[in-house]
Design a binder for this molecule. Structure first.
Ligand code: SAM
Ligand code: DTB
Ligand code: SF4
Length: 321
């Protein structure tokens, strides 16, 4: 096989270059994305991560897409829960492993974790690791010493998304800045934890914002090891309810451009699969996605049932990575 012209790992992507990728004929874009994918990743292999919300609702942030913000909770009826017991988390992790997930991702609706809570999360991470699974958490902003504490507990991945372009960011979140997100990613990277960072599309942003989001991710000092591309799950009562949906082919383009600009990263087809056809998901895998969230629930919203995913894997000849 001829090496893809995109094989060099670059951190100097410009807006013009990324815009030009988005503008390419669809088939050229997807063909090159899949060709490059095969140079760095196993063909037909898809990794499965299972999510669990370990602390739901009552969040002080105002992310316009999120049903867990206290600001929108009254309409959405997501009451604030306490942090889950370690024993319950372990049961859920065991079930996820039995169902075929290789990574267990725990999410908390916090601005940032308190140190007392971090001790409990560290215990959960140790528990998940003891099952032989990879552990991932997403807890909001993190200080350097907190990242180190999680690293010491054996954490494999920390998820913290840039969410959108720096220009559109202010339309979506007012309580934390884009730069604060970059700072947290720096702390995670410096602690030696794998970075999981991506964004959401379908929030009413323009293509230029999708260009800006990919440029922001692809020009980080290291590309995130894992890049989740979420399609907005519209939740009743959140400000983004009723936003016109992003077209399927434009979603595939976003995946393909993430693939081409960050060759070694694992691109995850993340939230939004529940309302996607098998055909659209197949195109996303063709465009270079090779990881999914697995199990009937994301954090608080539905995800395809396991039997639908099993059937999809069979139909496409995909194997679990
Ligand atoms: N509270 C922490 C934080 O925001 O940093 C961690 C949990 S938060 C729910 C993790 C990520 O999920 C968000 O950054 C966002 O990208 C994604 N997300 C949340 N709600 C979503 C929705 N309705 N549709 C798609 N993605 C969503
Ligand atoms: C990510 O990028 N997507 C996941 C995970 N990282 C934490 C979360 C999706 C959440 C979708 C809305 C919900 O279920 O609450
Ligand atoms: Fe809070 Fe995270 Fe939801 Fe934002 S995305 S409101 S920080 S739980």
């Amino acid at each position: 096989m001829t090496d893809s012209p995109f094989a060099a790992v670059r951190h100097d992507w410009t807006r013009e270059e990324v815009r030009a990728l988005f503008d390419r004929p669809f088939l050229d874009l997807v063909y090159d994305a899949q060709t490059l994918h095969r140079q760095f990743h196993t063909p037909n292999a898809v990794q499965r991560s299972q999510l669990l919300s370990i602390k739901t609702g009552g969040c002080a942030e105002d992310c316009a897409y999120c049903p867990q913000s206290a600001k929108y909770a009254k309409e959405v009826c997501l009451k604030a829960d306490k942090l889950m017991d370690v024993a319950v988390v372990m049961e859920r992790a065991q079930a996820a492993k039995a169902a075929g997930a290789t990574r267990f991702c725990m999410g908390a609706a916090w601005t940032r974790p308190k140190d007392k809570d971090l001790d409990a999360v560290a215990e959960m991470v140790e528990g998940v690791k003891s099952l032989g699974m990879e552990a991932c958490v997403t807890l909001g902003m993190l200080e350097a010493y907190q990242a180190q504490r999680l690293k010491d507990a054996g954490l494999d991945y920390y998820n913290h998304n840039l969410d959108t372009s720096p220009e559109y960011y202010g339309e979506i979140i007012s309580t934390r800045t884009f730069d604060e997100r970059l700072e947290t990613l720096g702390h995670v990277r410096e602690a030696g934890i794998n970075v999981c960072s991506g964004g959401i599309v379908g929030m009413g942003e323009s293509r230029e914002d999708r260009v800006g989001m990919i440029v922001a991710l692809a020009t980080l000092p290291n590309h995130p090891n894992s890049v989740p591309i979420n399609r907005l799950v519209q939740v009743k009562g959140t400000p983004l309810e009723g936003t016109p949906e992003i077209e399927g082919l434009e979603f595939v383009r976003t995946i393909a451009v993430a693939r081409l600009t960050m060759p070694k990263s694992v691109v995850r087809l993340s939230a939004g699969r529940e309302t996607m056809s098998d055909e659209l998901q197949a195109l996303c895998f063709m465009a270079g996605a090779s990881s999914i969230f697995y199990g009937e629930k994301l954090l608080t919203t539905p995800n395809p049932l396991e039997n639908r995913d099993t059937a999809l894997f069979e139909k496409l000849g995909l194997v679990a990575a």
